[in-house]
Write a protein that binds this ligand. Sequence first.
Ligand code: ZN
Length: 461
Amino acid sequence: MKELKEFFLNINKSFYIIICGLFLLILVSFIDNYIFGSNTEAMNNIEAISAEEAERQNILDEAEKLALSYDYDTAIALLQSYTGYDTYEEMTAAITEYEETKASCVPVNIDEVTHIFYHSLVVDPIRCFGNQENDPQCIGNNQWMTTVSEFEKITQEMYNRGFVLVSIHDLYEFVIDENGNEIIQPATIMLPEGKKAFVLSIDDLSYYHSYDDYGYAAKLIIDENGKVRNEYIDADGNTLVGAYDVVPLLDDFIEAHPDASYRGAKGTIALTGYNGVLGYRTDISYETRHDINWDKQKWLEEHPDFDLETERTEAKRVADAMKEDGWTFASHTWGHKNVGETSLSVLQGDTRRWKENVEPIVGETNTIIFAHGTDLERGLGDYSLTNEKFQYYYSEGYRVFCNVDATKYATHFGTDYLRQGRRNLDGYRIYNNAIGEQDNLSDLFDAKTIIDPDRPPVPPL
Ligand SMILES: [Zn+2]
């Protein structure tokens, strides 16, 4: 009997617990539902607010970047394009700040814009300079080339000294004079007081066959993030991807220091065509195999799957990405011609080859950077009107002409063209400044502190 009573009592207890449990469950689910429901609404509101905030922050960041690159008008216009911008204090404060900075800027004296240039940088000084006794190419490398470490130190030091990279095409503008003729005149570049503008160019960015195994990058490519990088083959034969030459190194520097460049300007790349461009074998001679040197022959034997169209397509992708990023292109003559010593008819054929093989990849250009540092005429005045080579290049659309000149400022405005001398920041110049034999770099940097410790003494030219 006692067992039976306990049995029913237990059933009762269990029933009670189940009822209580069910009730609790309903209550919890009700509360949960209620809280969960209002949470969604609240979270949607928070998300909407934070999305708006994030959008404003993006615009503020973008405007700041533009203002850092001295493009105050675009920065202000961007902020003002945001609906109701004037109700946000951080936006109106930024506009006021940019207007004030813009008003305090002063015009650059275009005659005092220095122009520096490099070749491809030396990644591995040991391989590049190693044999100074018996390899004439190692001697040449030591004289003409700058190392990655020197380039990085120069770039940082010039930035520290207030240098701002401008495009050579920022220096001039074409206007129509009162007689209806097109003339060239200095353009206006406004920079904060104390900043100094400079122009940069890079010669021979073709990654010539002759550079192979000397410790230079092998080509320019676009990596999986869409960035222009180098392919570099190290001493052990490993192919590495990264920043191993001026283009990606400077892209990275300016990305980190937007105030190092005026409105995102980069340098001008002076290209020949005979070995192709940017590390791609884009010249027709690789396909026709007509009259080719042993190094092209050797390269073709090592690349039996060579396809001209593929090379040209890849090179154009890189060139397009570079142009998008502020780089411009110039002719360096197709065959690296010494214009002073080459006949007009040869220069005409040379220009045709450049226009057929290089221009389709990099686009039209009005700029010619003469090879060997030569020029159509000595001095820095107007070209003589009877100079038939000048007339020829002019008729082919060239309006900007550059040579090599160690002087600080070498800019001349002709009637409707520009001439500019460029300073070679190469081993010869750096070494001679570092040892005190020359003093023509000290406005830019102290050569003693930037010279690569792996650079051997540079022999005289
Ligand atoms: Zn050259």
